[in-house]
Design a protein around this ligand. Sequence first.
Ligand code: AHM
Ligand code: MG
Length: 343
Amino acid sequence: MDTECVTVTSFVLEQKKKYPGASGELTILLNALLTAIKACAAAVRKAGIAKLYGLAGSSNTTGDDQKKLDVLANELFINMLKSSYTVYAMASEENENLIEVEVPKQGKYVICFDPLDGSSNIDCLVTIGSIFGIWKKPENAKTPLECILQSGENVRCAGYAVYGSACMLVLATKDGVNGFTLDPSIGEFILTAPNMQMPQLGAKGSQRIYSINEGYARNWDKATTEYVHAKKFPEGKDKPFANRYVGSMVADVHRTLLYGGVFMYPATKEAKDGKIRLLYESIPMSYVVEKAGGASSNGQHSILKIQPEKIHQRSPIFLGYKEEIEKIEKLYEKYPNGTWAYD
Ligand code: AHM
Ligand code: MG
């Protein structure tokens, strides 16, 4: 056993030292978040034997069937965060309204999270995850909603946990992106991927991958259609891109971060804003990818520039290799939003 390993707790404390005026509240918040994530990881592992699979008998705000694990993960996040005394208000994918914290327990941060992303994959043991974004409560904000509706440009910290063949936590701050793997024997996240950077397209180890639900091609717009066609039928000597799509954003984005590629969930004729939710999915993932040297876009500009107007707002999303995202934005200049490929 490596006795000199860096745990996520010591890493976060080390980071705090860089900011002598810091109150330590973010460190405490992150600790509460880690407890929730570890509890989720344990629940995911024992879901079968603990009978946590299957429907819980209620639907979430966007009408999807809610699974037992979703309910449990959501409760874990809410309760751990509330009892950390660091959070002012929260928004969860599973709650219709924002979650207010009782006055004596209020702190100075707001957090938006998807407690269990990729829930359609739970029962078949495919990788799922949790996603979160943390903002500071603006000094002059008058309502909790105003605190929650902040753009990605104000994010203090964002990341995700992947519950896959191992459990990994990816944490992004303005100082960079770091990856920690859960060692289940000691219950600690160990720094295993310091200063994560997305590979550059064409560099050693980079992969040519596009990731999209091709089943919706009939309803794509012209920009997405032309871009995906170009990946399959490249000009000149370029090799085509491979297609990989897990259907869990956490897994698809984690692979994009490690191997490179482009993840897309565009607008479709039936879902003009796509499916992915801005506050607790698109913004945190875009923050991670941009901090690791990649790019994000809604077709026009970075996802981080969007000012959210409601908590469950959705947005088309493209993220990954910078030059590929630029190509997509050029295509949207050629074919504006709503220019559908097939009538
Ligand atoms: P969820 O939050 O209800 O699990 O939905 C979000 C998930 C993402 O993880 C994934 O990228 C997407 O839905 C897949 O959707 P689709 O099945 O339409 O391709
Ligand atoms: Mg989700």
